[in-house]
Design a protein around this ligand. Sequence first.
Ligand SMILES: *[C@@H]1O[C@H](CO)[C@@H](O)[C@H](O)[C@H]1NC(C)=O
Ligand SMILES: *[C@@H]1O[C@H](CO)[C@@H](O)[C@H](O)[C@H]1NC(C)=O
Length: 493
Amino acid sequence: MKRNSDKNLHQIFCYHSSSLQPPRWRWRWRWRSSHNKPSFKTFAFFLFFFLFFLFTLFIRLGWINAEIIYWRWRGEGVEKSRSNREGSWKATCPAHFRWIHEDLGPWRETGITREMVEGARKTAHFRVVIVDGRVYVEKYRGSIQTRDVFTMWGILQLVRWYPGKLPDLELMFDCDDRPVVRSNDFLDPKSSPPPLFRYCSDEFSLDIVFPDWSFWGWGEINIKPWRMVLKDIKEGNKRTKWKDRVPFAYWKGNPHVDPSRRDLLKCNLTQQHDWDTLLYVQDWDKESKEGYKQSNLEDQCTHRYKIYIEGWAWSVSEKYIMACDSMTMYMKPRFFDFFIRGMLPLQHFWPINDQSKCPSLKFGVQWGNNNTNQAEAIGEEGSKYLHENLKMELVYDYMFHLLNEYSKLLKFRPSVPPGAVELNPETMTGAAVGLHKKFMEDSLEKSPSDTEPCDLPPHDPKVLSEFREKKLNALKQVEIWEKEYWENQRKGN
Ligand SMILES: *[C@@H]1O[C@H](CO)[C@@H](O)[C@H](O)[C@H]1NC(C)=O
Ligand SMILES: *[C@@H]1O[C@H](CO)[C@@H](O)[C@H](O)[C@H]1NC(C)=O
């Protein structure tokens, strides 16, 4: 696969080196003048020419970056030249992309054999095969709602977004909530863990995380494709300035999916207790009958603090909560999806202790109301991370790099199994009805990306461990503040 970036680079270099080469007639002139007494002029010319020669040589050897010089010469910053000319091809991918290497780590030494892929079939809902830029699936069983269909749709859109760029591959996808490939079962370096793609994982599992279906819309509960939601929330954010928002921690959701959520509801404002929270139960049946008027995501950016809490696994609500410009109260999670690993406590969100939810929430709210500028900034940073680093273009880039790196590990030649069907937009939209059909039409990539994928940083365990340390320190910091606060409260009483 020839990458366009290489070609562009080559063109830039050729352009520069040829323009720097003195035309041929000068050689003749130099030849003739060398018969005469060497004058200062000749000497200066030789020096000049020699320097030019060195310059072009260095550019060719890559010791001088011709692009930077060119843009400096044009009087423009390098950063600007990057964003203007080539879009994102020179831009480095956001922080969460680094975990792609981590997720594929178990196979870095061994590669991925066909047997390993077949090993993942046990729980998979379908197999994806990409051969010659076409996408095929072999379906094994139905998923919850339309998760499977919208995940397939997403992969098809990726191929439309980057036509001809995706390598041949075969992978297994499991649409259920919780990770299933326990790392403890594969401690022996000779064991071969099955590579299994799903929407989230945890620190005890080897499942490979991939963007969830909702990026292309979640028809069952009327959540539009992410590209549109981001725009709506951006508008919604303008409606109420942070300092004018309700100074409580807000949550609305389904408490029945996990005991931890039922536990959260105990913190709601009552006559006896005020934990500075406002919690509501989302009744999807009622909402659907009333046309989802109460569940518009852009109307939910009216509180200074918004609580994120996992459900049975990670929760799709995370990105909608965090895009709100409110400070996210992030309940200590067990699972992670593909983008949260690039975010930090105290920078992008406020961490909440899941073992003492109510006091922890109350302290967070009070801290925020005492330090409004900082709390507003944390809310803004978190929201900015989503609006900039999780925009649809970069969701595709994540998928692209993950699949690209994955395919490099394959030790067999991918082939289309007899039972597989080719995905194509017409048959898929043709088979869908109602909102599902609408969301497919809305999220169809109508033209290929006009920029290259961002640059994936190489595997660097040092950067990741520094990041982990930063995260732990921030968590510890808040824990200490919280403890001190509640100890002082007890002493005061
Ligand atoms: C939480 O408290 C608010 C305000 O008192 C109330 O409107 C809401 O229904 C309560 N939520 C639950 C789940 O009880
Ligand atoms: C917020 O400020 C009040 C008044 O100064 C103080 O009593 C309280 O302890 C502060 N709370 C936090 C969490 O900083």
